[in-house]
Design a protein around this ligand. Structure first.
Ligand code: ADP
Ligand code: MG
Length: 340
């Protein structure tokens, strides 16, 4: 329900809240009478999911899985079962480009980032040897098991998507009909803006600053998730090492994608697909997205060229010039798809 002014027109001013959760900035912009209470509930839910999936919290299910690898199964909450089953399915669908069993490899690169130098090739090879999405045993009754000692999972490429879907459920249950949320690059919009127009989701220029967009896509009731090499990285000896790993090499992906934004109903699906499409590169990534019912994407390649999957042309508006040409200029949008 929209907040009504005395004259009966919907209030245009949303309730806005910013938090740091799941290691990223969460920005909620919610229209409705009890928006502040609903946003509070959303924060509680994201914190709960973070406590299940954080690789840093001793009590998390992700940590328990790796500690028990090769030893015993551990009990898992229904949320973790759901995410793992979907991730395993996605791995098979995208020729292995999305792989939550990269836990040991991702841990190596995280330590490398703190240290400021890349891991030794031998260490990468050893960690990569522990990869095995098909080996992860998950029972819908609520148990999980990694068969080899040293194995571990990392939900960094999908957890925020699940969380975003949960927040949307909380909004809908509370009667919220208009909102946008940016959960560290996972945007979703509920309904339309109070004035009846669609939301503008800004597509960030991978080579530009935080607020520079190559264009925007008009959206209602959908998720838009971005993966980009510019989001998180460290530099050593003039080389940039970013955080999206190619499961074939155990090293930051060197595909021709600079940034990709995937639109889909489910934020969890869009999250996994954006990471996979980034690793696969523009051509194979486009094929993957077009093979998924309801999914669409904007790719920006290393030269700054924009490519759209089928069906997005009518909703995407470049900031400068026709699609296919490099576009680098500031764009105005309510909800940028970039992190924070
Ligand atoms: P972001 O976390 O910046 O929104 P992504 O959704 O693309 O971007 O997820 C990147 C995160 O996912 C990494 O920080 C890491 O935790 C994990 N990850 C990296 N490479 C892969 C991969 N190939 N498959 C699955 N998860 C990955
Ligand atoms: Mg992702």
């Amino acid at each position: 329900m929209l907040r009504l002014r005395a004259g009966g027109r919907p209030a245009m001013f949303p309730f806005v809240r910013r938090d740091t959760l799941m290691g990223t900035e969460v920005h909620q912009c919610v229209h409705g009478i009890h928006a502040h209470r609903v946003a509070e509930k959303a924060v509680g839910e994201i914190k709960r999911l973070e406590s299940l999936w954080s690789p840093f919290l001793e009590g998390s299910e992700v940590v328990a899985l790796s500690h028990s690898a090769g030893l015993r199964a551990v009990p898992l909450s229904p949320e973790t079962v759901c995410v793992l089953l979907f991730a395993i399915e996605m791995n098979a669908l995208c020729a292995g480009a999305f792989d939550v069993s990269l836990g040991p490899v991702i841990r190596l690169w995280r330590e490398a980032g703190r240290r400021g130098s890349p891991p030794a090739p031998g260490a990468i090879a050893a960690a990569l040897g522990l990869k095995g999405s098909a080996e992860v045993e998950v029972s819908s009754a609520g148990g999980g098991y990694l068969p080899r000692k040293g194995q571990g999972i990392d939900l960094g490429g999908i957890g925020k998507g699940f969380a975003a879907d949960r927040v949307r459920e909380i909004y809908l249950d509370a009667g919220i009909r208009s909102a946008f949320v940016n959960l560290g690059g996972n945007v979703f919009v509920v309904g339309r803006k109070p004035d009846g127009r669609r939301w503008n989701v800004g597509i960030r220029d991978p080579r530009g600053g935080r607020d520079e967009c190559v264009g925007y896509a008009q959206a209602e009731d959908c998720s838009a998730v971005t993966s980009g090499a510019y989001e998180r990285f460290f530099e050593c000896a003039g080389i940039r090492y970013h955080h999206i790993i190619d499961p074939a090499t155990g090293r930051p992906s060197e595909s021709d994608v600079a940034g990709v934004t995937v639109f889909a109903q489910s934020s969890m699906a869009a999250d996994a697909l954006s990471t996979a499409a980034f690793v696969l590169g523009v051509e194979k990534g486009m094929e993957l997205i077009e093979s998924r019912e309801g999914a669409r994407a904007v790719f920006i390649d290393a030269q700054g060229r924009i490519r759209l999957t089928r069906g997005l042309e009518k909703d995407f508006h470049p900031v400068f010039g026709p699609v296919g040409e490099a576009a680098t200029s500031p764009g105005a949008a309510e909800a940028s798809s970039s992190r924070g």
